[in-house]
Write a protein that binds this ligand. Structure first.
Ligand code: HH2
Length: 275
């Protein structure tokens, strides 16, 4: 039996991203060969990642998705070689998640929050894996087409509470779940900033919150490039530190060493305040 998620991944824990895809927005194609992906995963753990998040389907704005067969064809040769590395699988498909947990995945990172495949909740419940439930408005293909909210934070909060209740009703222990506001998943720059500024309201739900802001385009846009498709590392680190201060527990990032160092310093400062 795995311990509660907050014990396995105490604040702050960093998830290092390994995309086994030809087209991810930040590192597409770089780790498409299995041996390159495995090497990258090991490097990220050495740099201090608590987990590596391995994904074979791009969820960048506008992307169309791949079949379960193709996802497995990309993932299996990587996951089979990760026996000494703690990893999560970034997938929305039950058949892919089932194979990944058989190969040792500790966490299923499903950006559809168990809405994409009716069988995924059962796979997670049965396996005892952890799960991350993410808010997304629409689907990757269309999510950035004019997203609108009355109050983005209360709508995302209500959504995450509803998906948490759904997961628990499906037999997934609450202590295995973490929640994610889904930065960039159907949000304008202003929506992302407001979610980060008011992250404490999502932390108040009572489950660990994961933030994935690393290198996302809103950071490039904040810096003044309205056409930016990625954001810089330093801006990603700044956002992670502020999210940590507001209570975030987990950070899905590409630049592990920089985030681990910054978050260790942030934790020392916050800890000294409490002392
Ligand atoms: N963002 C991406 C992918 N998976 N999972 C969670 N829980 N939260 C996120 O914010 C998140 C995620 C997008 O980033 P990346 O994997 O680098 O690129 P791509 O979308 O092309 O896979």
């Amino acid at each position: 039996m795995r311990p509660p998620l907050e014990q396995a991944f105490p604040r702050p824990s960093v998830l290092g991203v390994v995309n086994v895809t030809p087209d991810s927005f930040s590192d597409g194609g770089r780790f498409f060969a299995p041996e390159d992906a495995v090497e990258q995963a090991r490097r990220l753990v050495e740099e201090g990642a608590a987990l590596v998040d391995v994904g074979a389907e791009s969820t960048r704005p506008g992307s169309a998705g791949v079949s379960a067969e193709e996802e497995l064809r990309r993932l299996e040769p990587v996951l089979e070689r990760l026996s000494e590395v703690a990893f999560s699988v970034d997938t929305s498909k039950a058949s892919v998640a089932r194979r990944a947990v058989d190969l040792g995945a500790a966490l299923v990172n499903d950006v559809t929050a168990l809405r994409g495949d009716p069988e995924l909740a059962g796979v997670v419940a049965e396996s005892g894996a952890y799960v991350c439930l993410t808010h997304m408005l629409g689907e990757p293909r269309t999510m950035q087409d004019d997203p609108r909210y009355d109050d983005v934070v209360s709508e995302v909060k209500a959504f995450l509470e509803e998906r948490l209740a759904f997961a628990v009703a499906a037999g997934i222990a609450e202590e295995r779940v973490c929640l994610d506001p889904g930065i960039g998943f159907g949000k304008t720059v202003e929506h992302n900033l407001e979610l980060l500024a008011r992250l404490d309201e999502l932390v108040a739900i009572g489950r660990p919150v994961l933030v994935g802001a690393s290198r996302k385009r809103f950071l490039g846009r904040v810096l003044g490039d309205p056409e930016a498709l990625t954001g810089p590392v330093a801006a990603s680190v700044a956002v992670a530190v502020l999210a940590f201060e507001r209570g975030a527990s987990l950070f899905r990032v590409h630049d592990v060493r920089e985030h681990v160092e910054a978050l260790a310093a942030a934790r020392a400062v916050v800890g000294s305040e409490a002392a």
